[in-house]
Write a protein that binds this ligand. Structure first.
Ligand code: NDP
Length: 304
């Protein structure tokens, strides 16, 4: 890349074959990177003496959750792993759900456990998460995993934040010393991403913005790396983006016309240096990182 206003200082490399948007921004293609990660994982899995197994727990009949879970199994299998889809009806009791998670926790054949969120409202999802042992927490969302992340010790990092980091790194974003703004502070995405980006060794200077942030556009315009994870469709506009920023869209809003991101792609791509598509950016990376975490979990269990 040449050095101009749209090239963040220090951007190290652009992978061969990378595409650009009509306005010239580098397209951060999560589909091709996911496929590459899954193919690499498959080679690693084929060399193992036993196959890792991802177990999911799906309670109820939420359609998007069913689609997400099916996708997770598809990529686990493409990576050469075993996968188990445990389901309970929406009427399941807390006791039944806890018994299922506990049995998976004790099952030596299960490497990773994921309880698909949200669970039906009469259930205590936090109590279910708490039953997942840290070494099988492939979603990285339990209190123990989040605590380890804060301490800089976590190896099973939440999948969406890890996927964002992998995209930035793969496409050669300069991160160390740069200003990152993360919009959205949930414990699923925004908060762990802010912690991850500010970790020693990654070294971004991070601002965590949310619905009470004043002058959000001004705050965002300070960012070399801008990540939006709010679920507010097309709320990140051209005026939120500094020329040359890397813009990552995590938000998903489903509409009759399909999936809409937080970022107004058409106008932002003409000012950003790099941008994720939606769909096709962070979603596939979330799945890739879940499968990567399952292999990491397997290795930790077998290193004992
Ligand atoms: P939450 O609803 O838990 O959190 C949303 C966050 O956005 C909150 O911190 C909220 O602020 C903030 N927010 C809401 N409106 C605004 C606004 N107008 N300006 C600034 N901040 C705002 O959502 P999640 O974190 O679980 O998910 C966020 C989005 O990411 C969703 O669309 C979800 O579907 C998507 N998602 C995508 C994934 C992927 O793989 N691409 C994976 C997981 C989620 P406050 O805290 O003040 O309320």
């Amino acid at each position: 890349m040449t050095s101009d206003a749209r090239t963040p200082a220090g951007a190290s490399h652009t992978p061969a074959g990378a595409s650009r948007t009509p306005g010239g921004a580098l397209l951060l293609d999560g589909v091709s990177l996911r496929n590459r990660i899954i193919a690499d994982l498959r080679r690693e899995v084929e060399a193992l003496p036993r196959v890792p197994c991802l177990a999911t727990v799906l309670i109820g009949d939420d359609r998007p959750s069913q689609v997400y879970v099916r996708n997770k199994h598809r990529y686990a299998q493409l990576a050469g792993m075993a996968s188990r889809n445990e389901t309970l009806p929406a009427s399941a009791s807390q006791q039944e759900a806890e018994a299922l998670v506990t049995s998976l926790a004790h099952d030596a054949n299960v490497s990773g456990i994921l309880v698909q969120q949200p669970v039906p409202s009469h259930l205590d999802g936090e109590a279910l998460l708490a039953l997942i042992p840290p070494h099988k927490d492939v979603d990285g969302l339990t209190t123990a995993s989040m605590g380890a992340l804060m301490r800089g010790a976590g190896t099973l990092v939440p999948c969406t934040p890890l996927g964002v980091l992998r995209l930035l790194q793969h496409y050669g974003a300069a991160i160390a010393g740069k200003r990152a703004v993360v919009v959205g502070r949930s414990s699923l995405v925004g908060l762990p991403l802010a912690v991850l980006l500010s970790r020693k060794g990654i070294d971004a200077t991070v601002t965590l913005a949310h619905s009470r942030t004043e002058d959000l556009a001004d705050v965002c315009r300070d960012a070399d790396i801008l990540v939006s994870a709010t679920g507010q469709a097309r709320s990140i506009r051209r005026e939120h983006v500094k020329p040359g920023a890397w813009v990552i869209d995590v938000g998903i809003t489903t509409s009759d016309s399909g999936v809409i991101g937080d970022v107004a792609f058409d106008e932002v791509q003409s000012v950003a240096a790099a941008i994720t598509p939606m769909p096709g950016g962070t979603g596939p990376m979330t799945v890739a990182c879940l499968i990567e975490n399952t292999l990491t979990a397997w290795r930790q269990q077998h290193a004992r």
